[in-house]
Design a binder for this molecule. Structure first.
Ligand code: NAD
Length: 250
C-alpha cells in the first residue's frame, strides 16, 4: 500500500476555483474555518478583491485565473506548491450557464460551457493530480450538478458538461486511488446564488415544486459537503457523487 504523506486537516493547502462569490466563496470560508490555507482563484478581479476583504484571513490568498487557460492553471498550482511545499485539496467549482433549448443552442454556447465547466476540471485534475500522486495524498472535488445527473430543459450544454465531470472524476479516481488521491463530485440542486438569481421567477417556482424539502439550498450547504470531502473524515470515500439537493435526486 502507498505510504500516505497526509497532514492534519488544519495544515492542509487548498485551491478553490470560482471563489470570488456564491458557492465558491462559501467553500473558501469553510476550508478556512477548518484551519486550511486557501488560494481562491477566479476570473473576476473585482469580486476576488471583495472576497479577500470579506474573508479577511492571512491564510486566504487570491489569484486571477481564467480556468480555461491551461498554462495559467498549471502555474497557479506550481506557484502554490513552490510556496507551501504541497497541495492537499483542489475544488474545481468555477462554472457558467448559457441556457437555451437544444434546437436553438449555438456552437459558441456549447463550446464555451464545455470549456469553462468541463475542460477546466480536467486541467485542474491533471495538474493537481500530478502533485498529489507524488505526495501520495490529496482530495479533488469537482462541482457537478443535479442537471448532470438528470438533464434539464434549456441546459443541454450545461447538463452535458456536468455529466462529463462525473465521468472525469470517476476515471481519475480509479487512476489515482492507489496513490491515496481521492476524486469526488458534489451535485448541488437548486442553490441561492447570483447564478440562480438570474432565473425567471416562474422557473424558480417550478423548481421549488420538485424539491422534497420545499426550499432552495444555501451556498453553505454545499460548502459543508465539500469540507467533508476535503477532510480526513472522508478518507475512504472516492469516485463518489454526493447530491446536496434537498432530496431531489435519489
Ligand atoms: P456563480 O455564478 O455565483 O459563481 C461562479 C464563479 O465562477 C464566479 O465567481 C465567476 O466569476 C467564476 N468563473 C466563471 N467563469 C470562470 C472562469 N473562466 N475562470 C475562473 N472563474 C470563473 O455560481 P454558483 O451558483 O456559485 O455556482 C458555483 C458552481 O456550482 C458552478 O460550477 C455551478 O455550475 C455549480 N452549481 C450551482 C448550482 C446553483 O443552484 N447555484 C446548482 C448546481 C451546480
Amino acid at each position: 500500500m502507498a505510504k500516505s504523506k497526509s497532514v492534519p486537516d488544519n495544515e492542509k493547502i487548498a485551491i478553490v476555483t470560482g471563489a470570488a462569490r456564491g458557492i465558491g466563496l462559501e467553500i473558501a470560508r469553510e476550508l478556512l474555518d477548518m484551519g486550511m490555507t486557501v488560494l481562491g482563484v477566479d476570473i473576476s478581479v473585482e469580486n476576488l478583491a471583495a472576497a479577500k476583504a470579506e474573508l479577511a484571513s492571512d491564510k486566504f490568498d487570491i489569484a486571477t485565473l481564467d480556468v480555461t487557460d491551461s498554462a495559467g492553471f498549471e502555474k497557479v498550482v506550481s506557484d502554490m506548491v513552490d510556496k507551501h511545499g504541497r497541495l492537499d485539496v483542489l475544488v474545481n467549482n468555477a462554472g457558467i450557464t448559457r441556457d437555451n433549448i437544444c434546437v436553438l443552442l449555438t456552437d459558441d454556447d456549447w463550446d464555451l460551457v464545455m470549456k469553462v465547466n468541463l475542460k477546466s476540471a480536467f486541467i485542474g485534475t491533471r495538474e493537481a493530480g500530478k502533485v498529489m500522486m507524488r505526495q501520495r495524498c490529496g482530495s479533488i472535488i469537482n462541482m457537478s450538478s443535479y442537471s448532470g445527473l438528470e438533464g434539464n430543459r434549456g441546459q443541454a450544454n450545461y447538463a452535458a458538461s456536468k455529466a462529463g465531470m462525473i465521468g472525469l472524476s470517476k476515471s481519475a479516481a480509479k487512476e489515482l486511488a492507489k496513490r491515496n488521491v481521492r476524486v469526488n463530485c458534489v451535485c448541488p440542486g437548486f442553490i441561492k446564488t447570483e447564478m440562480t438569481d438570474a432565473i425567471p421567477q416562474e422557473a424558480k417556482d417550478m423548481a421549488l415544486t420538485m424539491i422534497p424539502m420545499k426550499r432552495m439550498g444555501q451556498p453553505g450547504d454545499i460548502a459543508k459537503a465539500v469540507g467533508f470531502l476535503a477532510s480526513d473524515a472522508s478518507g475512504y470515500i472516492t469516485a463518489q457523487t454526493l447530491s446536496v439537493d434537498g432530496g431531489m435526486h435519489t
